[in-house]
Design a protein around this ligand. Structure first.
Ligand code: HEM
Ligand SMILES: *[C@@H]1O[C@H](CO)[C@@H](O)[C@H](O)[C@H]1NC(C)=O
Ligand SMILES: *[C@@H]1O[C@H](CO)[C@@H](O)[C@H](O)[C@H]1NC(C)=O
Ligand SMILES: *[C@@H]1O[C@H](CO)[C@@H](O)[C@H](O)[C@H]1NC(C)=O
Length: 326
């Protein structure tokens, strides 16, 4: 049974990958079948940005996970566009991202039924939220199809962790065809949004078993984070902002923060501590336009990782489940 599943999975992934080489995504993919798609998406994203600001960071992160895990999944209807909601650390993706995609999808289905994939909707919505928060506006290529399979077991292996080293991050990103510059630029998405305390608690009290805090945290930030996140018995729902000053503004403050030892996750601060990534942190910290350009390019590359085309995918009617699920 295990051998069969493994073979089956490899087969699907292999085909999807090969066909991506022959059929590129395109800007005008829906120009005939759904010419008003961009406006439909932005009517929802702009309203949600105003009414539920967390939709922005939640959707951008969902897009990242969707690209890396490569399987918008069914998983018995319990999952959203990606499977992670059904796996162990299920509180980690905020529901506002799934909700934003579902709401756009429902509207799009009323105007252009059964032609626009959830994966494309997620890519466009993420771009909208980046722009609404003050970040760059970039064109989104389309033509992705939604997955017909669920690969819950792949989630953990394909996502970085808050304590990943630069070596691990580089290995993961290059395995996806992304560069060191993409890693540094895309991590700049942490200029908005929030993290749960458990993701950085080790840095506050017992860094690598030293019983002391991580030496590379600014003392005032350390104090503030210790107040919000007690060592023991804290509420597991507590979150802290990545960027203390402007958690909903998409700017290049993230990099300035890293230079001031004010990174939130170990994986953030590591980008400044490692001499391979430090020069880019400094460059993006100095030059917002340079960061925006690199971020837009990174999002485009990330959005093209192992896309599904043709019969290997489908256009879901409802994003949370694949069409044939019961
Ligand atoms: C480089 C490796 C990365 C690591 C280790 C990482 C890790 C994390 C962690 C642990 C959280 C907090 C989750 C929680 O406690 O709720 C988070 C949040 C977030 N991540 Fe990343 N991430 C990485 C890269 C990225 C990339 C490439 C993007 C998008 C381009 C991204 C976008 C976000 C956003 C927007 C949030 C805030 C979500 C919210 O407020 O709901 N991250 N990330
Ligand atoms: C989330 O996962 C935990 C285990 O990590 C489980 O106890 C809990 O019931 C799950 N919650 C939901 C809503 O699935
Ligand atoms: C990261 O944390 C996890 C537990 O959350 C642990 O299993 C893993 O060994 C840690 N990795 C490193 C490099 O410290
Ligand atoms: C980084 O520092 C190490 C020593 O700590 C050195 O061997 C290496 O050449 C440096 N690499 C870069 C890119 O500066």
């Amino acid at each position: 049974m295990i051998f069969f599943s493994f073979y089956f999975v490899s087969y699907l992934v292999g085909i999807a990958h090969c066909s991506a080489v022959h059929h590129q995504l395109s800007l005008d993919f829906y120009s005939k079948s759904c010419p008003q798609l961009d406006q439909l998406v932005s009517s929802v994203t702009s309203r949600r940005f105003r009414d539920f600001p967390v939709s922005g960071p939640a959707t951008i992160r969902l897009f990242f996970h969707d690209c890396f895990v490569e399987v918008p999944s069914n998983n018995g209807g319990g999952g959203g566009v990606v499977v992670e909601r059904d796996v162990g650390d299920n509180k980690s993706l905020a529901p506002e991202g799934f909700e934003a995609v579902d709401e756009v999808k429902a509207l799009v289905e009323t105007k252009c039924p059964a032609v626009v994939s959830c994966a494309d909707i997620l890519a466009i919505a993420a771009r909208d939220f980046v722009h609404l928060a003050g970040g760059p506006y970039y064109q989104v290529k389309k033509g992705r199809r939604d997955s017909k399979v669920s690969l819950a077991s792949k989630v953990k292996l394909n996502l970085p962790r808050a304590n990943s080293t630069i070596d691990e991050l580089l290995r993961l990103f290059t395995s996806k065809g992304l560069s060191l510059a993409d890693l540094v630029a895309l991590s700049g998405a942490h200029t908005i949004g929030f993290s749960h305390c458990d993701q950085f608690l080790g840095r506050l009290y017992n860094y690598k078993g030293t019983k002391k805090p991580d030496p590379f945290i600014d003392p005032r930030l350390l104090k503030a984070l210790q107040m919000s996140c007690p060592h023991f018995g804290g509420n597991t729902d507590i979150v802290a902002p990545f960027d203390v000053q402007t958690p909903f503004l998409f700017d290049h403050m993230y990099y300035g923060n890293l230079e001031a030892n004010m990174g939130l996750l170990a994986s953030d601060q590591a980008l400044f501590l490692d001499n391979r990534t430090r020069p880019l942190v400094q460059a993006f910290g100095k030059d917002k336009a340079k960061f925006f350009e690199a971020f837009s390019l990174g999002m485009e590359k990330m959005g093209a990782i192992r896309i599904k085309r043709g019969k290997k995918g489908e256009v879901r009617r409802v994003c949370s489940k694949h069409n044939k699920s019961g």
